[in-house]
Design a protein around this ligand. Structure first.
Ligand SMILES: *Cc1c(COP(=O)(O)O)cnc(C)c1O
Length: 555
């Protein structure tokens, strides 16, 4: 049977036969360069005249190609296998309405699970079959559990992996077995949390099983819950059919702009490091909690942890009293609370509520992450003062990369820095802005500065000599006495070295004194960076005490 014949046999006939709403934009999506008098839009841009609203008077592309292309790349599928909507919630609603006939058809869900499948089915007068996951089996699911609980009316099986609120995954093999055994039922796989799990996406089964639908969201891992972006990934013919009933223009113009920014290489870098951090934090919290005899903790592959208590409502109040709101899931699973993973500080507050008191300084490496974007440069920098690696620098200026690598290497800290700047003009903006971001990142990572050496000095020598003194005093000052014999090293203007250290001193809030002399300009500059690195490395080092190195009481 061809895909279309098969699809015709399982989709609602009225959807198949209806004509989709035809908007001006969908008929002529690209009207740029033309006088647009086809959609009764207002020709003026609205107030306020911010860049975000520059095109707000125009209807947006109903399925913006820029967004589709980026999502297709991230999810590893073809553009024609993708549809975007207002969060995954809308995707769930759409597929139910395309495939389930009201007062006749059914879906199967596996509670405890995400609540909106049932709500969307109820709205459309679709029966909801339930296979209840067994708490004693740690909510595991087999293909038989599914296959034995559907009938001829069951059009969609919803499988959530990792599952909300239990945190466990559905084996890919189970999904495949179900898809193979139920070829006329759609298997809708909800991967809202998959970025936090170490499993493959069910998208790898799409070629073999056209009855598999994969649903994604930017809400959780991509921190975009407020923007509302959900994605359906399915066979191209299914996407075409679902598109027919998609209410017009699901993504607002300003949202399309921010989605594209967030899904840029810089945005993705940031997202990935945050995901890594959240996974580490989840595992840290879990390791503490499983030691407690008075609770039961479920292993989680997502960004939350389900905990079972003797008396969950008592604990719910306890959390509230500590200023934390968690989710009481006791209606589905008796005496359980679902706790989202937050920042390390927030998680420590959670642990404190359990009676585990972790002094923040002990668990926490001195880390920071700074992102800065202007019309001239886009920079992301991550610093960890308590790790030696990784050191990864990309500024598009070879010499500068080399110097920054020296700085981190000899300073004894991890630095990942990427800058996309207007180096086609000159190196000024890149060097200055990198210094700003690096200074901020170091300053943030230093935090309260308790227990550090504060002062540092170094006098390394080559055929040139460089001396650098530093005081992490809280005041940005540069004293710079360097004589160069040439104005350039390769294509790098040596005047930028002073500019770099001035910006760095300002944003690191440090007094930096630099004196250097010599014959070879490359050596002089390299000497300065190395001496600075050594001095900084010494200043940021922690001694064993926890004393603020200042008689004033603050730095
Ligand atoms: C949060 C969540 C969603 C909703 O995603 P949106 O894109 O924000 O609508 C879907 N499924 C599960 C399992 C969720 O936890």
């Amino acid at each position: 049977m061809s895909i279309n014949n098969w699809l015709y046999s399982i989709a609602r006939k009225e959807i198949w036969d209806m004509a989709a709403y035809s908007s001006a934009r969908s008929e002529l999506a690209d009207a740029i360069g033309l006088v647009q008098l086809d959609a009764n839009e207002n020709p003026y841009t609205p107030y306020p005249a911010t860049p975000e609203l520059a095109n707000a008077n125009r209807y947006p592309d109903p399925q913006p190609k820029s967004v589709l292309n980026r999502l297709a790349m991230i999810y590893g599928v073809n553009v024609n296998q993708i549809l975007v909507g207002r969060g995954m919630d809308e995707i769930i609603d759409l597929i139910i309405r395309v495939f389930c006939k009201p007062y006749n058809d059914s879906i199967l869900i596996t509670p405890p699970t995400f609540g909106y499948y049932k709500v969307a089915a109820d709205i459309s007068a679709i029966k909801v079959y339930e296979y209840h996951l067994d708490e004693d089996k740690r909510f595991a699911i087999t293909s038989e559990d599914i296959i034995n609980n559907v009938d001829i009316t069951t059009k969609i099986v919803f499988l959530c992996t990792p599952n909300n609120p239990t945190g466990n995954i559905v084996d890919l093999q189970v999904i495949e077995d179900v898809a193979r055994n139920l070829p006329n039922t759609l298997i809708a796989v909800d991967e809202a949390y998959i970025e936090f799990a170490n499993i493959n996406s069910a998208t790898c089964l799409l070629d073999k099983y056209p009855n598999i639908l994969v649903m994604k969201t930017l809400s959780k891992a991509y921190a975009f819950a407020g923007v509302r972006v959900g994605t359906l990934i399915a066979h191209a013919e299914i996407i075409q059919l679902v598109k027919k009933i998609l209410p017009p223009y699901p993504l607002a113009e300003p949202c399309i702009r921010v989605i594209n920014q967030m899904l840029s290489p810089f945005g993705l870098d940031l997202t990935n490091s945050r995901i890594k951090e959240l996974k580490l934090e989840r595992d840290r919290v879990y390791k503490h909690l499983i030691k407690l005899p008075f609770i039961k903790v479920y292993p989680s592959e997502s960004n939350f942890i389900l905990v079972k208590f003797d008396d969950a409502s008592k604990w719910y109040k306890k959390f509230l009293n500590n200023g934390i709101v968690v989710r009481n899931r006791s209606k589905d699973i008796p005496n359980t609370l679902r706790i989202s993973i937050g920042t390390p500080e927030q998680n420590n507050l959670v642990l404190k509520t359990f009676g585990i008191d972790i002094a923040t300084k002990n668990i926490q490496e001195r880390r920071s992450l700074v992102v800065r974007k202007t019309n001239e440069t886009e920079i992301i920098a991550q610093v960890n003062l308590d790790k030696f690696s990784p050191i990864k620098i990309h500024t598009k200026i070879g010499f500068f990369d080399h110097m920054l690598e020296q700085l981190a290497k000899h300073g004894g800290f991890s630095l990942e820095l990427k800058c996309d700047g207007d180096t086609h003009i000159d190196y000024h903006h890149t060097v200055e802005d990198v210094a700003i971001v690096l200074g901020e990142a170091l300053c943030n990572a230093l935090g309260d500065k308790k227990g550090i050496n504060r002062y540092g000095y170094s006098i390394p020598m080559d055929e040139s000599k460089a001396e650098v003194l530093i005081d992490l005093s809280g005041r940005g000052i540069l004293v710079y006495k360097v004589h160069y014999t040439t104005p350039m090293v390769g294509d790098f203007p040596v005047e930028m070295v002073e500019h770099f250290f001035l910006s760095l001193a300002t944003h690191l809030k440090a007094a930096i004194h630099i004196e250097a002399s010599g014959y070879n300009t490359h050596h002089i500059i390299e000497g300065i960076f190395k001496a600075f690195a050594k001095a900084l490395g010494l200043a940021i080092q922690k001694s064993n005490n926890d004393i603020l190195p200042s008689t004033k009481g603050m730095l």
